[in-house]
Write a protein that binds this ligand. Structure first.
Ligand SMILES: [Zn+2]
Length: 337
């Protein structure tokens, strides 16, 4: 229901009469009806006579990208396609499938829309490409394993082209690389998160641990012989672990990198490091630069022994200031990668 003031405004807007003229017509209508109707009632009648539909639903407020959260159902959202990933094929439980990830953006940020299997055909059918505006209706939102929102169509969802006004790609909010980055201060136990932080300290201890070459489980030593509980005596394979502290200005947290992630931080693979370590294991830390900034995805866990929070990394990329600046410039100039 609208208030009288709102009705007058709406009639004035649609009929191009001034608000005074509308008020006058409402007064006349009341007199005409011998004062049997309220001013609101008379206003509705005037509106109807002037062809102003006052009974329409107020326009549904459109969902913005930054307000998309996991668990939402019947999601209607429009966005400009910022990026379409290559199709990725995978096998799960003997079945094969494919997925394409679409980055949708509006003035508040970007969010992922994933298309699975047959849904991927929609891109061709609708003839959509990067830069086009599309609309999802009846979708739902899942949380991916890093805690980010992912819109899916599911059985009820629809994808269509849309003429909704959305800023051009270069004006889309948010920095794509740092979308959903969390402050270390705000990390919570059990959460998958993404942080952008510098490695400010490393714990200089033996970075190698012995694993079974068959099952990769950690080995125990019995009388100088390495033993896997499933595979018996084995010649160990070495895996890497690197722990330290990351800091992003909001706070710091202990971080642990295993295997290939540790190799990335060291800038060498395990075999090379094993050579470097042949004299003294701690030699591996010689050329490690502290202060380098990374974007790290991982999970916050409580260390069983120290009871302190740790960030267990599962993805790391180096922040490349030059690359970032170039990317930003390209976006400002409206040139796409
Ligand atoms: Zn084993």
């Amino acid at each position: 229901m609208f208030s009288l003031k709102e009705i007058v405004k709406e009639i004035s807007k649609v009929s191009k009469l001034s608000e005074d003229e509308v008020n006058q017509k409402i007064g006349e209508k009341q007199i005409e009806l011998s004062g049997l109707v309220s001013p609101e009632g008379a206003a509705y009648i005037v509106g109807k006579e002037l062809g102003v539909n006052l009974l329409k639903e107020p326009a549904k407020r459109r969902l913005k990208v930054k307000n998309v959260i996991p668990g939402m159902r019947s999601v209607d959202i429009a966005g400009r396609i910022v990026n379409i990933s290559d199709k990725r094929d995978f096998e799960r439980g003997g079945k094969t499938g494919s997925v394409v990830n679409i980055t949708l953006g509006d003035d508040t940020g970007v969010v992922r829309l994933s298309l699975w299997n047959g849904e991927i055909e929609l891109l061709k059918e609708l003839d959509v490409k990067e830069g086009d505006v599309v609309k999802v209706t009846g979708g739902y939102v899942k949380e991916d394993n890093r805690g980010n929102s992912e819109i899916r169509l599911g059985r009820m969802g629809k994808l269509e082209k849309s003429d909704t006004q959305i800023p051009e790609i270069k004006d889309i909010g948010g920095d794509f690389d740092t979308v959903n980055v969390k402050n270390i201060r705000d990390l919570r136990e059990g959460e998958y998160s993404k942080v952008r932080a510098s490695l400010v300290q490393v714990y200089r201890r033996n970075p190698f641990f012995e694993v079974c070459p068959t099952c990769e489980s950690r080995l125990g030593k019995e009388e100088d012989v390495w033993k896997c509980k499933d595979h018996g005596n084995v010649e160990p394979k070495y895996n890497l672990v690197l722990s330290g502290v990351i800091d992003d200005g909001s706070g710091n947290i202990r971080v642990v990198f295993f295997r290939d992630l540790a190799e990335k931080v060291f800038g060498k693979d395990t075999e090379e490091l094993k050579k470097v370590a042949s004299g003294d294991q701690l030699n591996v830390y010689e050329n490690l630069h502290l202060g380098e900034e990374f974007i790290i995805r991982g999970r916050v866990k409580k260390n069983q022994f120290t009871e302190r929070m740790e960030f267990i990394a599962n993805e790391i990329e180096s922040v490349d200031p030059k690359g970032e600046a170039e990317k930003l410039l390209r976006r400002i100039r409206g040139i796409k990668d």
